[in-house]
Structure formats: structure tokens, C-alpha cells
Design a protein around this ligand. Structure first.
Ligand SMILES: *Cc1c(COP(=O)(O)O)cnc(C)c1O
Length: 841
């Protein structure tokens, strides 16, 4: 009997009778949670209020009820969680460890209620207790433990793994401060404020001080008499796990998201304290706890920060040791040659790649394996997902920094590199190519190369991206190791992004299909395709969209003070602010349209009334991105206050784009913008959320747009702009943005308006760096795609004028987007990379 299981058995928590090898009888401390009525659930909330919140129902605030209800739901999931853990350790299938520096989970309560089957009970119970459901749900504060797409992908993936019944652990960091809160000042500039999301009680994460791990840094490596090496670190921190339940939808499985929090081993130095040197006394504590203090607010650009490397090593080292603890409980000399049969790790981008030398170190230094055995175990254990294309955006660490912080790991990396060079030589690779492929250059360590060599598989995140990885970014590696490379196109969870975000559409889909099974088998949406010919059904679909727009208008009024007109087209561009994503292209087109309406060039009756939404955070140090935000805000100010365009054009920029805002805005959107320069967006997942919620997309042939268009049909997608090949050709010819400015009067006028102070109260310098960049550099060819983008607008407006046809096409987007479920992504990973399967019941 494994001690892991025994511990739960001895507490009487596991309520299943038998485990392999032995029959166990248990006394149950509490009866397993069975389905409850709304009245019973209200009692459970009352009990939590009274005995854990220590308030009476009369004293309780909505925030108290939120915490109490959350704890009550968590209790309902507990038995399945224990059972899943036990089956994971005893089970006949390999687990997945998803290592990710970011998990952008979104709010938890509604998702937990859905998966626990308690939604109705909750709604009724809260009313019965005398509270408004909306107030209770609003009391939850969204954790911002991710920057954008990469972190949200990790969250969708662990949701899908649990829903498929695959045993899995998400491993990451519980940052004390997540992504900054975005506000705008009176000039429209982005202001970042700290996101102290743990200011109030957070009922979802359980901090488990008894399953901590020690993570060490610095010091030196000494060679022992027998030739083995010993690392003598200079300092250590205590990694304490905070466990979040990851409930599957109708799978009966509950997995674990284990986020590490850094604590100091040293209480403050009493001696120093006695001398009243208070600040020095707490220094070690501050240093240790700094490690999990803040999420780096960068998105896909590399930042060479020592603290960032500390964070990466911190969570990866703790997670690998944790996996050994879980799968070999109580064993001093476990047989770790079986480790790759127990768990397979996915490296979400290069952030966790230090795990490769760390597992080597653990196996050799801590468990006494020889190099070759350790290498065989390690390469079978890891796989790497690449999220970028730009070779210069791949993470590279100065060797000196690794040497200082992790001296033993640098030695191991050097040895891996030497072995790699030998292997390449023996494969007949020429000297220059070997040099280009170096993992360790003498000065630097290239993490993507280390990951590619040190793992079994490398995948890109959409077909186009995976192809470009092989052809460009990792070409040398793909030539030598073609079998390592594969693709898994990203996906999103339909539970959060359809069922929870868009209950009206969900009900309509269920009505159309005659079942709600599509929520765990999203390809069933295909069954809606014949209904696109049924005008009555299409009208119902249009009514859903309209009602969602009305809802969003109320939400935007409440949250932002905006006055929206739901009778206009809702046209949305939400995603991180990046030059390659080309928010500039969208705002220039808005300016051009504004100018045309105002000057009367377009007749008022010919204008399709539009409300344009932007949502985007810019990295605090990203100058042009922040200036673009300021420009958008000022275009919004000018346009929205100009009586000449009233009712025709409005621009809104709801601040602090996050998962919550995505859940509200996406279902209300008619037209969605996916207009990145071809070859730059690895996949995108926002594009999938919009298609699944019945928005039409205007987009380039980039990332997963290509596959979305293929599936929904070219006639149901507004394609424009240069292709990857055309972009490459233009770079090669020498790109001159000014020639486009001269050639298209619409573009010239729009840029001139930015330059002449129209959006800066006459200040001609306000946007000069942005204007100069457009006219002289424009690396992502915004100007070159402008004309094509403007030209497709008439097509968009013509279709929008035909409400029935527009909605028919939008419905066909829904019907043909089932492929973009993250359940399908997980099935592809299981088959192509992880070679594992769901647990048997
Ligand atoms: C889906 C999502 C993203 C990713 O959007 P892209 O358009 O794919 O870049 C970023 N942030 C949030 C909050 C999301 O929900």
C-alpha cells in the first residue's frame, strides 16, 4: 500500500472500498458529498458562513457568501479529487505534468459550479439566503497569473485534461502580484498599478505546508575523491505548494494545479534585530519571497532578468521533486528508470527548460545514476512546445548568470552540449552548422535548442507555425531530427468560452442539436450546419447575438460608464498590444473612416454604424505599444465627442483586458479582428473564441486563422493582406513604407491627422515617434496591408446590411469550429507526443 494513498485512507476521506493488492475498510469521517438540493446547498453555505467565516447569515456580505459558497463547492469536489489522485498513482496510465510559468485561469466559482453540477442549486440558494447572485459572483477577484495567450492556453489545457479524465498536474508559480492592473490617465496613457489579488480571502488555493520542497541557488561545485560532483549551494528557499482543484466536466475527475509559493527558511535574524537593524534582519526573507512576488509583464519578448531565471528554476525544481514524491512515496531508493512511465512533462515555451539539466542533476547527484541512464530517462520525460517564430525572441541566458546561480547546471549543460556536438559530427553535420546549432556557445545558453535536443518531441501551435518552425526557426534541428517535430493546433475550452460566457447561445445549440453532449464533443457542432438553411433558426441565432449585445451594453455601463448602442455593429480587437498584431492598422482604418464620414465623402445614409472596441495591455517598458494605446484613447475621445459622426462611429477602449472581459465581450461581437502580419502570430486562441461565439472574422493568413478559414469556408471569412511568402519577398526586396503612404490618399490622410495634432489637442509632437516609425521602418508592414484592409470593409458592410445572410454565415462559423476545442488539442497531444490515455473508470 502506498503511503500516499494510506494517508488519505487513514483520514477516512477516500470512500472507495478497494485498491490494488489489498482490501481496505474505512471509517468515513464525513459521508461523501452526494447531489444536493438548493435547500441543502443553502445549508452548506450557512454552515461555512458560521463555522469558517464566523459570521451569521445576517452579518454576511456578498463577499462572505462568495467565500462560503466557494468552499462548499470545493468540498463537493474533494472526494473526486482524492480518488483521482489515488488512481493517478496506482493507475495503469501515465500522467501529464504541464510545466508553465503562467496559468491565466479566470474566475473559478462559475466553472467549479458547472463541473460539480451545482449551478442551479447555487443560484437558488443564494436567493434564498437573501443575496443577489450577481453580487456574489462579482465578489470574486480574477487572478492574473498570466500575460495573455500562453497562460490562457495552459488554463484551457488543464481544464480539458480533467474533462477527458487524463491524470495531470499543472505546475507553476503562485505569484503574489499577477499581471498589472491597467488604468488610463486623463491623457489616455496606460498607467500600471500592482495587482494585489490576494488582498482578500482566496478560497480556491489550499496552501500545503507539509508537502514543501527545498530549492537551492548559488555556491560552488566540488569534486569528490571518487570523481562524483557535489553542489554546495549558498542559499535555499522553501517552495510551498498551493493546490487548486481542476474539476473535469462530467468526467468525475478532479486534477491538481500546484502553484509554488516561495517562503524563507530563516525567520528574521534575531541578532540583527536586537541591534535594531530591522531592515537587515529581514533581508533573507525578502530575498526568498521575492522569487514568487511578481509575474513578468512581458509577452513573448525575452527579458534577461536574474530574478526570472530564479523563478524558472524555482518552480521547475520543486515540481520535479514533487513528482518523485508523488509517484515513489516514502521510497529512499526509487527505481527512477520507470519515471518516464509515470509522468511525461510538457515544457510550455522555454521558461521551464532548465528542468532538463535539473532532472539530470537529480538523477546523477541525488540518486546516483550514471550519465547515460540519466540522459535516457530525461529525454523520454520532456517535450517542448515552441510559441514563437522570431529567432531573436527565443530565450538565451548568459552563461555567467547560470554559472553564478546554478553552477552545477552549467557544467551539465556543457556536457550535454559536448555530447550533442559529437552526435552531430557522427551524423556528418558540417562544422559551421554544428556551431550554429550550439546549445552552449561559451557565452550563452540557448534554451530552445536545449529543449529540442533534450526532449522527445517539439511542437508548434498551429499548422503554419509548425511548418515555419521546421523551415526557418529550428531548420537545422528539423534537418537532423525530423521525427521530433510535430504540430498540435491550439484550442479553447468550450465550457468556459461557450457555456459560461454565452449561456443563450449554449441553449440554442442544445435546442438545435437536441442534446448538450456537444460540450464534451465539440465536433458535434457540425450538426448545426443544416440549420443554417433554416431561416427561423438563423433568426433565433441573430436574436441571441442581439441580446448579448444589449447585455454587454449594460455591463459596459456598469463597469466602465460607457453608453453603447447595441444597434450598431460591434467590432472588436482584443489581445496584447504588440506591433506584430497591428492594432495600428485598425486604428488607422478607424481614423480614415472617421475622416470620410466627417468630410461627407461617404454619405451618412451609406455608413454602417459601428462601435469599435479595443482591449489590450502593453508591457510597461514597450514604448511604441504604450503610445499606440494613448493614440487609441485619444481617437476615442475625439470621435465619441464629435456630433458629425454621432450614431455612425464610436470607439471604446475598456481598460484592463482580462478573461472576465473576454467572457463578456466576445459573445457580443459581430466582427472580430485577427490582422497580424502573416507569419508572426504563432496560433492565436482569441480567433477561436470568436468563431465559436458566432462572430465573423476579418483576418490575415496567419497562425490558426488559416485553419479556421479552411474549416468554416473561405466564403465565411473576410481574408485580406499579404501572405507569408509575399511578406518574405518584400523584406528581401527592401520594404519602403513611405511609398504606401504616398500611394493611398486614405492612408496619407489618416497618418497626417495623427501627425497634425487632431488627436492631441493640436500638439504635433505627441505621436511623432509613432509616425516616424510608420513612415521609415514599419517592420510589420502595416502600411503595405492598409489598402487591402480598407477595401475589404465594403464587402463586410454589404454583408452586414443583410442581417439574415450575415447571421447565416456567422452560424456556419460556429458549426464548423468544433475542431478548435482544447479537448481535441489534448487528444492530439496524447496521440502524437505524450502517448498516454485517460484513466479507466
Ligand atoms: C484568449 C485570450 C488571449 C489570447 O488572445 P489572442 O488574440 O490569441 O492573442 C489573451 N488574453 C486573454 C484574457 C484571453 O482570454
Amino acid at each position: 500500500m502506498l503511503t500516499f494513498v494510506r494517508r488519505y485512507l487513514s483520514r477516512g476521506i477516500i470512500n472507495t472500498g478497494t485498491y490494488p493488492g489489498r482490501k481496505v475498510r474505512m471509517t468515513e469521517i464525513t459521508a461523501p458529498k452526494s447531489p444536493v438540493t438548493a435547500e441543502q446547498f443553502a445549508d452548506e453555505i450557512r454552515e461555512q458562513l458560521k463555522y469558517t467565516q464566523n459570521v451569521t447569515t445576517e452579518q454576511a456580505t456578498p463577499a462572505d457568501v462568495y467565500v462560503a459558497a466557494s468552499k462548499a463547492v470545493r468540498n463537493h469536489l474533494a472526494d473526486s479529487w482524492f480518488k483521482t489522485q489515488a488512481d493517478t498513482v496506482n493507475g495503469n496510465t501515465k500522467a501529464v505534468g504541464y510545466l508553465s510559468a503562467e496559468f491565466l485561469m479566470g474566475k473559478q466559482l462559475r466553472n467549479a459550479l458547472l463541473n460539480a453540477g451545482l449551478t442551479e442549486q447555487f443560484d437558488k440558494a443564494v436567493e434564498a439566503l437573501g443575496f443577489k447572485v450577481q453580487d456574489v459572483v462579482d465578489a470574486e477577484y480574477e487572478p492574473g497569473l498570466g500575460n495573455g495567450g500562453l497562460g490562457r492556453l495552459a488554463a484551457c489545457f488543464i481544464d480539458s485534461l480533467a474533462s477527458l479524465g487524463v491524470p495531470a498536474f499543472g505546475y507553476g508559480i503562485q505569484y503574489k502580484y499577477g499581471i498589472f492592473k491597467q488604468e488610463f490617465d486623463k491623457d489616455g496613457k496606460q498607467v500600471e498599478t500592482p495587482d494585489y489579488w490576494l488582498a482578500n480571502e482566496e478560497p480556491w488555493g489550499h496552501i500545503d505546508y507539509n508537502r514543501d520542497q527545498k530549492v537551492s541557488f548559488g555556491g560552488k561545485v566540488v569534486e569528490n575523491a571518487d570523481g562524483t560532483k557535489t553542489w554546495q549551494p549558498a542559499w535555499s528557499v522553501r517552495a510551498v505548494p498551493v493546490d487548486y482543484l481542476v474539476p473535469g466536466y462530467k468526467s468525475g475527475r478532479v486534477n491538481t494545479l500546484r502553484l509554488w509559493s516561495a517562503k524563507s527558511y530563516d525567520e528574521f535574524d534575531l541578532l540583527a534585530f536586537n541591534r535594531s537593524e530591522y531592515m537587515e534582519a529581514v533581508t533573507p526573507q525578502v530575498k526568498a519571497e521575492n522569487i514568487s512576488k511578481i509575474l513578468y509583464p512581458e509577452d513573448s519578448t525575452k527579458v534577461g532578468k536574474e530574478l526570472r531565471l530564479e523563478q524558472q528554476y524555482f518552480f521547475v525544481s520543486a515540481s520535479l521533486h514533487d513528482a518523485i514524491r508523488v509517484f515513489y512515496p516514502g521510497q529512499d531508493k526509487p527505481d527512477l528508470t520507470t519515471f518516464p512511465n509515470k509522468i511525461v512533462f510538457q515544457l510550455n515555451d522555454t521558461h521551464p527548460v532548465i528542468g532538463i539539466p535539473e532532472l539530470m542533476r537529480i538523477l546523477i547527484d541525488e540518486y546516483g545514476y550514471d550519465w547515460d541512464t540519466a540522459w535516457s530517462i530525461t529525454t523520454k520525460t520532456f517535450n517542448y512546445t515552441c510559441h514563437t517564430l522570431l529567432p531573436e525572441a527565443l530565450e538565451v541566458w548568459p552563461a555567467s548568470l547560470i554559472g553564478e546561480l546554478l553552477p552545477r547546471h552549467l557544467e551539465i549543460i556543457e556536457k550535454i552540449n559536448a555530447q550533442f556536438e559529437d552526435e552531430l559530427k557522427s551524423k556528418g553535420v558540417d562544422k559551421n552548422t554544428i556551431k550554429d546549432m550550439a546549445i552552449y556557445t561559451g557565452d550563452a545558453v540557448r534554451m530552445a535548442y536545449l529543449a529540442t535536443y533534450g526532449g522527445s518531441h517539439v511542437n508548434g501551435v498551429a499548422e503554419l507555425h509548425s511548418q515555419l518552425l521546421k523551415d526557418v526557426t529550428l531548420k537545422n534541428f528539423s534537418d537532423v531530427y525530423p521525427d521530433k517535430f510535430t504540430n498540435v493546433t491550439n484550442g479553447v475550452t468550450p465550457r468556459r468560452f461557450v457555456k459560461l460566457a454565452n449561456p443563450r447561445l449554449s441553449d440554442l445549440i442544445t435546442e438545435g442539436l437536441g442534446t448538450d453532449k456537444w460540450l464534451s464533443d465539440l465536433e458535434m457542432l457540425k450538426g448545426l450546419e443544416p440549420l443554417a438553411k433554416d431561416d427561423e433558426f438563423v433568426k433565433k441565432f441573430a436574436a441571441v447575438k442581439k441580446a448579448n449585445k444589449v447585455d454587454f451594453a449594460a455591463y459596459a455601463k456598469r463597469e466602465y460608464g460607457f453608453e453603447l448602442d447595441p444597434n450598431t455593429m460591434f467590432n472588436t480587437m482584443v489581445k496584447r498590444l504588440h506591433e506584430y498584431k497591428r492594432q495600428s492598422l485598425k486604428i488607422l482604418s478607424v481614423i480614415s473612416t472617421y475622416a470620410d464620414i466627417k468630410s461627407g465623402k461617404v454619405k451618412a445614409e451609406d455608413v454602417t454604424p459601428r462601435t469599435v472596441f479595443f482591449g489590450a495591455k502593453a508591457a510597461p517598458g514597450y514604448y511604441l505599444a504604450k503610445m499606440t494605446i494613448q493614440l487609441i484613447n485619444n481617437v476615442s475621445r475625439v470621435v465619441n465627442n464629435d456630433p458629425d459622426v454621432k450614431g455612425k462611429l464610436a470607439v471604446y477602449f475598456p481598460w484592463n483586458y482580462n478573461v472576465r472581459l473576454a467572457q463578456h465581450l466576445i459573445p457580443a461581437t459581430d466582427l472580430d479582428e485577427q490582422i497580424s502580419q502573416a507569419g508572426k502570430e504563432a496560433s492565436g486562441t482569441g480567433n477561436m473564441k470568436f468563431a465559436l461565439n458566432g462572430a465573423m472574422t476579418v483576418g490575415t493568413l496567419d497562425g490558426a486563422n488559416v485553419e479556421i478559414r479552411e474549416r468554416v469556408g473561405a466564403e465565411n471569412f473576410f481574408l485580406f493582406g499579404m501572405t507569408v511568402d509575399e511578406v518574405e519577398k518584400k523584406y528581401a526586396e527592401g520594404y519602403n513604407p513611405a511609398s504606401y503612404y504616398e500611394a493611398d490618399p486614405r492612408l496619407k490622410h489618416a497618418i497626417d491627422m495623427v501627425a497634425d495634432g487632431t488627436f492631441s489637442n493640436g500638439d504635433r509632437n505627441a505621436y511623432s515617434p509613432l509616425v516616424a516609425d510608420w513612415l521609415t521602418k514599419d517592420w510589420f508592414m502595416t502600411l503595405a496591408d492598409f489598402s487591402a484592409y480598407m477595401d475589404i470593409q465594403s464587402e463586410i458592410e454589404a454583408l452586414y446590411a443583410d442581417e439574415l445572410e450575415w447571421n447565416r454565415k456567422a452560424l456556419l462559423n460556429v458549426a464548423n469550429s468544433g475542431y478548435f476545442s482544447s479537448d481535441r488539442s489534448m487528444e492530439d497531444y496524447l496521440e502524437r507526443i505524450w502517448h498516454t490515455a485517460p484513466l479507466a473508470d
